[in-house]
Write a protein that binds this ligand. Structure first.
Ligand SMILES: Cc1cc2nc3c(=O)[nH]c(=O)nc-3n(C[C@H](O)[C@H](O)[C@H](O)COP(=O)(O)OP(=O)(O)OC[C@H]3O[C@@H](n4cnc5c(N)ncnc54)[C@H](O)[C@@H]3O)c2cc1C
Length: 408
């Protein structure tokens, strides 16, 4: 796969269709040269957040997007805004240490509040419905039990249920009442619109270099334009290694798949996660039909790593789609025969240690990056983008997201 291949796609999400996203991709305009202070590459939730921060700071910015804003992972996710980033607080404490786990949890809470605040202002559908981590095996029940103890000690809001909270065969549940859900593609587009920056769609970036023949700064080559910029921010997530080899073993493509049904009566009006985050599910409220919602079921990557852990187009596979249906049939049998209206896939960027990367490319001063959001771009994205923006404009250290860190 090459950087200009990013324009291909093979499935369309419910979210993208519901807001009538234009799917035309090719820039038809003549090649242009444009000068700007900041060139943002990528128009997902990270690119639109950076654009929005630039607008607040009065910085002249422009976005180059290979396709259209919200055609990447942000327009294809489950729209869950959950606190925390690992499958449980206990595993985050074990992986990152207590202080970092605490900082991450607080950041996801701050992110959720900021994102919901923006969503309310921008008229983006969102709902503070609460989330449940639901154990489907004894090991996960033990992890949730330990997580509840640690969350209590650290003063984070939660309710622990030692048995099956829904009478569906789960073994334990951890409830976070302030979590919620959002229309991710709508949020992406609305934030980009609010930023009011020029967006060049259908313009994959193919190269970035110092601008020796144009005085100073950076020269960004894309299919539709050459941009002369003082600084560049890469918000290219899964596709980052196609732009620069620095990301080769640092940001790894991982496909995720979802299926959504026609509207059915509401039986599960919260955000659900199970099997250490490998399954996620919710009902998406249906406009104009109170008491009804589409059943959204995603995940099952762990049963299909060989096929899902590589660059692919955004096509779905029969195997993953069948695994998702089997999970619904086991835990939500009354929904098993609901007709499927949408199936889609998206490509995430996974990092070795599960945390995003923020920094400046060692061989290209002035080129910053904010990438590698794993399965948590809605949970963390706006606040991590704020850190990247702070690094770029004020030299602030990105802390635990420092892209120069050793990764295990
Ligand atoms: C199936 C699925 C379910 C998920 N569920 C959730 C969830 O419920 N909650 C959650 O928090 N996260 C979830 N995620 C993860 C979340 O979607 C991502 O972490 C987040 O969208 C990343 O945002 P981004 O802006 O970094 O990347 P993207 O939205 O992928 O944006 C990157 C953009 O860069 C563009 N681009 C790439 N290369 C170039 C180039 N060379 N030139 C110009 N443009 C380029 C792409 O076209 C794309 O639009 C899920 C992901 C998937 C796939």
């Amino acid at each position: 796969m090459k950087a200009d291949d990013v324009r291909s796609f093979a499935s369309v999400s419910y979210w993208q269709q519901s807001i009538g996203l234009p799917l035309t991709e090719q820039s038809e305009e003549e090649h242009v040269h444009i000068e700007t202070d900041l060139c943002i590459v990528g128009g997902g939730v990270i690119g639109s957040s950076i654009a929005w921060f630039a607008r607040q700071a009065g910085i002249d910015a422009l976005v180059l997007e290979a396709r259209q804003p919200a055609l990447g992972a942000t327009g294809r996710n489950a729209g869950m805004a959950l606190c925390g980033i690992a499958d449980s607080y206990a595993s985050a404490v074990e992986t990152y240490g207590r202080a970092t786990a605490r900082e991450l949890w607080q950041l996801t809470i701050d992110n959720r509040e900021m994102m919901f605040g923006l969503a309310a202002t921008l008229g983006v559908p969102h709902q503070r419905c609460g989330s449940w981590l639901l154990a489907d095996c004894p090991e996960e029940a033990a992890a949730l039990t330990e997580s509840a103890r640690l969350l209590r000690e650290d003063g984070f809001e939660h309710n622990f249920h030692p048995g099956d909270p829904f009478g569906r065969g789960f073994l334990a549940g951890l409830h976070r009442p302030s979590d919620g859900v959002i229309h991710p593609a709508h949020f992406n587009r609305a934030l980009m619109d609010a930023a009011g920056v020029q967006v060049m769609a259908g313009s994959p970036v193919t190269g970035i270099r110092t601008n020796a023949d144009h005085g100073s700064g950076l020269r960004v080559e894309s299919v539709g334009a050459t941009i002369h910029a003082r600084r560049v921010l890469l918000a290219t997530n899964a596709y980052s290694s196609l732009i620069h080899p620095f990301f080769q073993d640092k940001v790894l493509p991982r496909r995720g798949q979802i299926q959504v049904t026609e509207p059915v009566p509401l039986v599960f009006p919260v955000a659900g996660y199970s099997h250490f985050g490998y399954y996620y599910f919710r009902q998406v409220a249906e406009p104009g039909q109170p008491g009804m919602g589409r059943w959204l079921m995603g995940g099952a990557r762990h049963l299909n790593f060989a096929a899902e852990n590589q660059f692919t187009d955004e096509s779905t596979s029969d195997k993953v789609q069948a695994d998702l249906a089997a999970y619904t049939a086991q835990y939500f049998p009354e929904l098993a025969n609901a007709p499927i209206s949408h199936r889609w896939a998206g490509t995430m960027g996974f990092t070795q240690d599960g945390l995003p990367l923020v920094g400046e490319l060692p061989d290209l001063p002035g080129v910053f990056y904010c990438v590698g959001f794993n399965g948590h771009g809605m949970g963390l994205g706006v606040k991590v983008a704020e850190r990247a923006f702070g690094m770029m404009t004020e030299g602030a250290h990105p802390g635990i997201f420092d892209g120069a860190r050793e990764m295990g």
